[in-house]
Design a binder for this molecule. Structure first.
Ligand code: FAD
Length: 381
């Protein structure tokens, strides 16, 4: 067992940390306030290989392992959680299913522009009546000659606004319920594809969360991703990987809050001493650091399992997301406490970290769902 990053992972971490500190952190508060992502960051991250980290070089990616991808998402999220999820949703929810289930032609067509940052990707699974109950998708896809015709509405789609391509889960056989779902690659410039609404949110405000509407949206027959009826399987396998990205995002958010709290505790004096000298403050910092380290280890273990091509890492990725999201909530809440009243106002970043952390307990499966996944695996084994 080796707890050290290898040379490539260390280099990736240092590059991502430098970029996060120098290019992302100075923009984070402004992007949060304006609820708008700076497109130039997409271009810069594309050039650095962050948008195709785990995509093989043959398809225009950086050819790194999933551990490197998790390291990148943690570093970006420690500066700005919105930036973390832009990369995470793009990579795990769009590039990854195309890589895993796509034909050679699909990979050649879609992965190079995604990996370079020429366009962003998203996953359209959730619908108004299909959240946790993801098998209850009502969007339909009907074969008409050499085209699939999509009709329906997807909600809460990360990167939905700017995305150039969406992986969409739709029903091809309503009678078969979740076994009648199929996955499709849908270019956003297809007639009948419409971004209907952008949501206003508590946190990760700079990332787009959009409603996508499909009205007689005709895509080529060849844009079916995987076999007909495999859509639920595609979605679940995608979420197994995606949860590693969200766990890394949570670790990054928590670490950003911890670093801010440590710096403030050393600098703020009360009763003539730095507040860091009070044991009550020290214990908070110690608990935050311990939980976040444990969360990172769970995250990297799940990524390591995915890298080794181990078939089933659902339990481990659910554990990583569950623990990391709760560690992020604890760390950001306690960071505000360390800052006192200054933590509650937007002069300091910790209130933003707190707002950003909450979503990690909800998307790509709520904490309740992660516990279900873990318990089912325990009871099955
Ligand atoms: C900012 C944001 C970004 C998102 N990005 C995407 C995206 O890119 N693509 C996408 O497809 N979706 C996305 N989602 C959707 C997200 O994954 C869902 O919101 C989430 O899975 C929960 O579904 P729901 O909101 O319908 O809640 P519900 O399923 O209605 O759940 C409500 C509550 O009931 C609990 N619950 C439900 N069923 C059970 C059960 N069987 N056992 C125990 N408890 C249960 C839940 O845990 C929760 O506490 C995003 C959501 C948000 C808010």
């Amino acid at each position: 067992m080796d707890f050290e990053l290898n040379d490539i992972q260390t280099m990736v971490r240092d590059t991502a940390r430098k970029f996060a500190r120098e290019e992302v952190a100075p923009l984070a508060a402004e992007m949060d306030k304006e609820a708008r992502f700076k497109p130039e960051l997409v271009q810069q991250m594309g050039e650095l290989g962050f948008l195709g980290a785990a995509v093989p070089e043959a398809y225009g990616g950086a050819g790194m392992d999933y551990q490197c991808y998790a390291i990148i998402v943690e570093e970006l999220s420690s500066a700005c959680a919105s930036t973390g999820v832009v990369v995470s949703a793009h990579s795990s929810l769009c590039c990854d299913p195309i890589l895993k289930f796509g034909t050679e032609e699909q990979k050649k067509q879609f992965l190079p522009p995604l990996a370079s940052g020429q366009m962003l990707g998203c996953l359209g699974l959730t619908e108004p009546q299909a959240g946790t109950d993801a098998g209850n998708v009502k969007t339909t896809a009907v074969l008409d000659g050499d085209a699939w015709v999509l009709n329906g509405t997807k909600i809460f789609i990360t990167n939905g606004g700017p995305a150039g391509v969406a992986v969409v889960i739709a029903s091809t056989d309503r009678s078969a319920k979740h076994k009648g779902l199929s996955a499709f690659i849908v270019p956003a410039d297809t007639p009948g594809y419409r971004v209907a609404k952008e949501e206003h949110k508590l946190g990760i405000r700079a990332s787009s969360t959009a409603e996508l509407v499909f009205e007689d949206c005709r895509i080529p027959k060849d844009n079916l991703l995987g076999a007909p009826g495999e859509g639920f399987k595609v979605a679940m396998a995608t979420l197994d990987g995606g949860r590693i990205g969200i766990a890394a995002q949570a670790v990054g958010i928590g670490r950003g809050a911890l670093e801010a709290a440590v710096a403030y505790a050393k600098e703020r004096t009360q009763f003539g001493k730095p507040i860091a000298s009070f044991q009550a403050i020290q214990w908070k910092l110690a608990d935050m650091a311990t939980e976040l380290d444990a969360a990172r280890l769970l995250t990297l273990r799940a990524a390591w399992m995915k890298d080794r091509g181990l078939k089933n890492f659902s339990r481990e990725s659910a554990m990583a997301k569950l623990f990391a999201s709760e560690a992020a909530m604890n760390a950001t809440r306690e960071a505000i406490q360390v800052f006192g009243g200054y933590g509650y106002i937007d002069e300091y970043p910790v209130e933003r970290y707190y707002r950003d952390a909450k979503i990690t307990e909800i998307y790509e499966g709520t904490s309740e769902v992660q516990r279900l996944v873990i318990a089912r695996a325990l009871l099955r084994d």
